[in-house]
Every structure is written in structure tokens, then in C-alpha cells.
Ligand binder design. Structure first.
Ligand code: ATP
Ligand code: LTN
Length: 329
């Protein structure tokens, strides 16, 4: 039996090159090796307020990005989370075995709620990781390819699956995070101390997958670096290191090759070349995204078919879970 890979992205904010390099671009590579399941996690997106019209549009856009980045509906099950009701059902069940303490320790929860008074913290943000655990456990996923920031959530899903298995007998596979060595944490262009984020308020933070060439050039030229000159992979020079990492991932060249290429040249040359490289690499993806967004009936068809296939697998797991819990079927 092939191992199962599962991952998802929220249809909220701006999908950026961090999401692409850290997550989506990797998924396409696994397609021949594993059983692949990729969802657009709309129920996660609504844990923060969303405008209904843009939520609908973004849901299509994320699906279009999956396809444009090389996910093939013949090799991967691609669907929208809310189309498979078992996600909500299992999420509730998993919530009942989770604890306030472990959910309070999630760094994403802490980051997203530091500015809020306790009384006004949305409950959905708090139990967000139990829904994510349900996504993973429903399909008996072995591997969960994500960026570094999601590692803690996958580890919680591991704990919850083991807890359920201990109480009710072996039911779930215990999943593992799959995190690439380089590129799992692309940093913000305006602040290399923090990760590039789709909920960033400043546009200068990210390069969106749909950014136009002129915008890409402007953002890269303005990216924050130090006052040094030599182009070298040095993790201490965070801004430069981030630009070089992006260059490395898009070009496929080794660190030595890149350092040799820019020997005797300064940051300006790197920024100029990097902008052109990103523009070149994103162009075919952007063309496909635009095509699918203009042909939403194609997306509807692919997503409906994906949901049907996902639902079958999910229902089998949910049935077993309900039996083990003692729910009358
Ligand atoms: P937010 O910043 O609002 O939390 P996000 O940018 O993390 O959102 P998600 O939908 O939460 O976006 O993440 C989608 C996938 O992209 C996840 O696997 C996540 O780990 C990965 N990812 C997100 N940001 C980065 C980044 N800066 N570098 C590498 N991978 C990333
Ligand atoms: N929380 C994830 C998105 C997500 C996910 C998943 C990732 C929801 N369900 C299941 C992997 C597996 C994030 O990137 N913010």
C-alpha cells in the first residue's frame, strides 16, 4: 500500500511565494510516489472574519493555484474541505478528547490572539488545530507536507491520534510532518525576522503568486538587507540569506554555484537577477491560474469529483470512529 500524503491551504489572504516554495511546489513532486490528498481548507479560513464574496473567489483561486502548480487531478484528490461533511463531524469528536492546556500552547494561536482581550478571542481560533487534526486523521495520512510554522499543529495531531488509539483501540495512523530542509520558512521581504505571511498588512512583506512583473521588481529592489556587499549564504545576514534561498529554490542551483555567479557583484545585481528569475518562473503558473479562474466550470467539475472520492475514504474512517466511541449507527 502506498503511503498517504495530505495537506491544505486556507483560502484567505494572499497566496505568496512562501506558500508556494514551502508547501505547494513540494506536493507536486510527491504525486507519483504516494496517495495524495489536497484540500482547500475553507472551514479553517472562517476562524477569522472573511468577506463572503472574497472567500468564494479565494476558494476557487487556491484550487486554481493547486492545478497551476502541477497538481494533477488524476494523481491527486483535490477538493474543498466544507464539501466533505465528515471533517466537521470528526473535528467535533477530536475536540472532545483535546485539552485546554495543549491548545493554549499552540504558537499560532498565541500569535494571532496576543492583541485581543481574553473575552473576545474567537473560539474557532482556539480549536483550529482539532479541525486540522481531523483533516489529517480522516484519511489515515502518514505524511503531512507543510512549512515550518505548521509543525506544532501536526505534532498535536499525532498526540491526539495516539490518545484516541489508546482509549478506544487502534483506529488512526499516527501522522508525521514532512518539512523541506531549505525553504520551509521564507521570511518577509520587509522584515527578515518574521515569516512571509498571507495575513501581512504590508504588501511589501510578500510576493503574491499573482503579482505583476513591475510589482515583483519593486518589491525585490526594496527588500530589506544589511549594509554588507559580498553575496554569500550566511544565516546571520537574514535579509540576504532569505533572498538567496528564494534564488536557490527557483533556480535549482547549488549555493556554491550561486555564490560563484555573483562573485565581485553586489546586492544590487542579485536583486535584479532574482526579480527576473521570479517573474520567469511565475509566468507559466500565472497563465494557468488565469485560465482556470476564467473557466470556473472546470474547477467545479474537478472539485466535485475530488469531494466524491474524499468523502468515500472519510466516511469509512468516521464510521469506525463512531463504532469505537459507542455511538449508535
Ligand atoms: P498566516 O501567515 O496568515 O498564518 P500562512 O501564510 O501561514 O498564513 P497558510 O494557509 O496558513 O498561510 O499556509 C499554507 C502553507 O504554506 C502551510 O503549509 C504553511 O506552513 C506554508 N507556509 C506559510 N508561510 C510560509 C513561509 N513563509 N515559508 C514557507 N512556508 C510557508
Ligand atoms: N493550518 C494549516 C492549513 C491546514 C492543513 C490541514 C495543513 C488545515 N488543515 C491539514 C496540513 C494538513 C495552515 O497552513 N495554516
Amino acid at each position: 500500500m502506498k503511503k498517504t500524503v495530505l495537506s491544505g491551504i486556507q483560502p484567505s489572504g494572499v497566496i505568496h511565494i512562501g506558500n508556494y516554495l514551502g508547501a505547494i511546489s513540494q506536493w507536486a513532486l510527491y504525486q507519483n510516489k504516494y496517495r495524495n490528498i489536497f484540500c482547500v481548507v475553507d472551514l479553517h479560513a472562517i476562524t477569522t472574519p472573511q468577506d463572503p464574496k472574497s472567500l468564494r473567489e479565494k476558494t476557487y483561486e487556491v484550487a486554481a493555484i493547486y492545478l497551476a502548480a502541477g497538481l494533477d487531478p488524476k494523481k491527486s484528490i483535490i477538493f474543498v474541505q466544507s464539501h466533505v461533511p465528515a471533517h466537521s463531524e470528526l473535528a467535533w469528536i477530536i475536540t472532545t478528547i483535546s485539552k485546554m492546556g495543549e491548545l493554549s500552547r499552540m504558537t499560532q494561536f498565541k500569535d494571532k490572539t496576543t492583541k485581543l482581550r481574553r473575552e473576545s478571542i474567537p473560539t474557532g481560533l482556539f480549536i483550529y488545530p482539532t479541525l486540522m487534526a481531523a483533516d489529517i486523521l480522516l484519511y489515515q495520512a502518514n505524511l503531512v507536507p507543510v512549512g515550518e510554522d505548521q509543525k506544532q499543529h501536526v505534532e498535536l495531531a499525532r498526540d491526539l491520534s495516539q490518545r484516541f488509539n489508546q482509549r478506544f483501540g487502534k483506529t488512526f495512523i499516527v501522522p508525521e510532518p514532512l518539512i523541506r530542509k531549505s525553504g520551509a520558512r521564507i521570511m518577509g521581504l520587509d522584515n527578515p525576522e518574521q515569516k512571509m505571511s498571507k495575513s501581512a498588512t504590508r504588501e511589501m512583506n510578500y510576493i503574491a503568486l499573482t503579482d505583476k512583473p513591475a510589482t515583483i521588481r519593486k518589491k525585490i529592489i526594496k527588500a530589506v538587507t544589511d549594509s554588507g556587499t559580498a553575496v554569500k549564504f550566511d544565516p546571520k545576514r537574514k535579509g540576504l540569506h532569505n533572498l538567496l534561498t528564494i534564488y536557490k529554490l527557483f533556480s535549482g542551483q547549488s549555493e556554491t554555484q550561486i555564490e560563484q555567479h555573483f562573485r565581485g557583484q553586489g546586492y544590487g545585481a542579485l536583486k535584479k537577477d532574482l526579480a527576473e528569475l521570479i517573474i520567469k518562473k511565475l509566468a507559466p503558473i500565472q497563465k494557468k491560474i488565469a485560465y482556470y479562474m476564467q473557466n470556473k466550470h472546470l474547477l467545479d467539475r474537478i472539485l466535485a469529483n475530488g469531494a466524491k472520492r474524499a468523502d468515500k475514504i472519510a466516511q469509512a474512517t468516521l464510521k469506525e470512529v463512531k463504532q469505537k466511541l459507542g455511538l449508535v449507527l
